[in-house]
Design a protein around this ligand. Structure first.
Ligand SMILES: Cc1ncc(C[n+]2csc(CCOP(=O)(O)OP(=O)(O)O)c2C)c(N)n1
Ligand SMILES: [Mg+2]
Length: 608
């Protein structure tokens, strides 16, 4: 059997239906074999970066391995940004890169290249993959595929890479004679886990103001139903990282919502006044804690459950103390928690819940400045609210980065079964469209939605043609504020509003009419600019079975408020409340700079 046919077969047997890539001299055999396989398709993308992102989106939507295939050199290096998305968000993907033939590899010779387009892909990708290897003999292909596949899913999932020299791709192998990979047995002790959970439940019972913080780790792999059961039984108010806003539907009685640097104030008052914070599947990123770590949930006992112990120890000596550390995969943790909750009676915490309700009512989303008279545009929060009304249960959304992500995560009213994805921790512009393409090929549901900014779209504009070519039923909602909105605000905050490279006037090149570009690339287009009722246009858009591009004219002055300026505690977001107002709302003592412990603080970046 030809080696690349073996690869295609291996993937198909594990349920992989699509691989994404671009052909090239060192990839033709992989392309050919995947294309020939009766249960697989190779999808040609217009940029390898988008192929890696499509593989990532495919994996998030399907729970299966996402696969990208490219040629050597530039084809392979173009995969890097998408691979980082999978690495930082723990998404299982496989990058298959072609390489020059083994006899053309430079090996230890002190030159830059021997083979044409030779690049040390393994070295470049090693820091951002769980496993990166170059195939050295054809007989190793089964072992390497099995090992890479195992590693991609085990523990904390993530991307893997196999670099396949051209001559090995063409080699004939005898599958029955190949050695396989045997993983080491897992040694986790369930008795220890049960004991740790017992101790945690005692802490919860004793707490007066507990909160559960859910994060994206609960989505990789997916553990929804047992999570819902455990959350309901525990009865603790739930905060959500943006990656987890879809884990509890909006009308769930325990859902408080998101929090953090760009989070709503109600969430921030909740976490800051908690006396017990239990973090499940979240690394408590700086976007959640703020930059002054010692000010975060400063009187709370913090418990964390994570399969990656380094995520718990990384705070040591930095201002946050993770007092309770449970090293476990979330699925295992919840499976061990559930039986212990059978006899659990939630203390109720009615006063604490009433207090949270008060914050939710007192701090609705901040109002944006109105558009100047005569300007045809819509308020982003208003649009997101109306979109929420139109989106059905089980809709799948991919959101890009910047203002569009912030307004969507803070404003969306998620319904049961909806899934919202973004490249939460790498946040590259230009992720949402290719990721939505990957998801659409696995699951072409007409409610599949891609939300992107005009800046982000420019990084993957050509993929509109991929959407049109395959008639993928993606509804592409362009949040067109004629600028890099988030960066404009960053410059207003830190550089006195002197704009450089954030809108056409300060140097950006944008098409005047995005819709015309989308039309030219083969898409049906709509415009939403406030002239017609938003909900009515959206209903027409979602009634279309195929792809639609919607140019949504967003108020160009729309801000990302509230936001935390570096150096402040989470309760002190801008626009600032008066000191007495903050004092009145806080249960714990308001934070003052004098309280800053002499510990290292992480340096904040003012934007993304
Ligand atoms: C590849 C990449 N380059 C630069 C950035 C920094 N950055 C984050 S958001 C942003 C502007 C995004 O503009 P747009 O997509 O229009 O979003 P808006 O904030 O206007 O909604 C920039 C430049 C980034 N995240 N990714
Ligand atoms: Mg924009």
């Amino acid at each position: 059997m030809k080696l690349t046919d073996y690869i295609a077969n291996f993937l198909a047997e594990r349920g992989v239906t699509h691989a994404f890539g671009m052909s090239g001299g060192a990839a033709v055999h992989m392309f050919d074999s995947i294309d020939r396989h009766p249960r697989m398709h190779i999808i040609s993308m217009t940029h390898e970066q988008c192929a890696a992102m499509a593989a990532d989106g495919y994996a998030r939507a399907s729970g299966r391995l996402g696969v990208a295939v490219t040629t050597s050199g530039p084809g392979a290096t173009n995969l890097l940004t998408g691979t980082c998305c999978s690495y930082y968000d723990s998404v299982p993907t496989l990058m298959l890169t072609g390489q020059v033939a083994t006899h053309r590899l430079k090996g230890d010779r002190k030159v830059r290249q021997v083979g044409f387009q030779e690049t040390d892909v393994v070295a470049i990708f090693s820091p951002v993959t769980k496993y990166a290897v170059q195939l050295s003999t054809a007989e190793d292909i089964r072992y390497q595929l099995e090992k890479a596949y195992h590693i991609a899913f085990e523990g904390r999932p993530g991307p893997v890479l196999i670099d396949v020299p051209d001559d090995l791709q063409r080699a004939e192998i005898e599958p029955t004679e190949l050695r396989g990979f045997i993983p080491l047995p897992c040694v986790d002790s369930l008795a220890v886990l049960a004991g740790q959970i017992g101790e945690l439940l005692k802490k919860i019972r004793a707490a007066e103001r507990p909160v559960l913080v859910l994060g994206g780790g609960l989505k990789t792999p997916v553990v929804w139903s047992i999570l819902q059961e455990c959350v309901d039984r525990l009865g603790i108010p739930v905060l959500l990282s943006w990656a987890a806003i879809d884990l509890l539907e909006s009308d769930h009685p325990l859902r408080v919502g998101p929090f953090g640097v760009y989070g709503p104030r109600a969430g921030n008052f909740t976490v800051q006044n908690a006396d017990l914070v239990i973090a499940l599947g979240t690394r408590l990123s700086q976007n959640l804690t703020g930059g002054i770590l010692c000010s975060f949930a400063r009187t709370a006992t913090i418990a964390m459950v994570d399969t990656d112990e380094h995520e718990m120890s990384k705070f040591d000596g930095c201002g946050i103390e993770i007092k309770v550390r449970i090293k476990a995969r979330l699925g295992e943790f919840l499976a061990a928690l559930k039986p212990q909750l059978a006899t659990w009676e939630a203390p109720g915490w009615s006063g604490w819940k009433a207090q949270i309700q008060h914050w939710q009512q007192a701090f609705p989303p901040d109002a944006s400045p109105c558009a100047s008279a005569g300007q045809a545009c819509v308020d982003a929060y208003d649009f997101v609210r109306k979109l929420s009304g139109v989106l059905p249960e089980n809709a799948l959304l991919f959101v890009d980065t910047g203002g569009n992500l912030t307004w969507t995560c803070n404003g969306l009213v998620p319904k049961r079964g909806q899934r919202i994805h973004s490249a939460w921790n790498n946040t590259p512009m230009g992720y949402a469209l290719p990721a939505a393409i990957g998801a659409a090929l696995f699951d072409p549901r007409p409610s599949l939605t891609c939300i992107t900014g005009d800046g982000g779209l420019m990084l993957c504009l050509a993929e509109l043609a991929t959407v049109a070519k395959h008639r993928l039923p993606v509804k592409i909602l362009l949040f067109n504020n004629h600028s890099h909105g988030i960066q404009k605000q960053t410059l207003e905050t830190w550089l006195n509003g002197r704009y450089v490279g954030v809108d056409p006037a300060s140097g950006l090149a944008f098409p005047t009419h995005f819709s015309r570009v989308a039309e030219a690339l083969g898409l049906l287009t709509y415009t939403i600019d406030g002239q017609k009722p938003i909900a009515a246009v959206l209903a027409e858009v979602y009634a279309q079975p195929g792809p639609v591009f919607v140019n949504v004219e967003i108020n160009p002055d729309q801000k990302l408020y509230p936001v935390l300026k570096f150096g402040s505690a989470l309760e002190n977001q801008s626009p600032l409340l008066s000191a007495t107002r903050v004092q009145d709302e806080m249960i714990v003592k308001p934070f003052s700079q004098a309280d800053r412990a002499p510990v290292a603080t992480q340096q904040a970046t003012p934007g993304w």
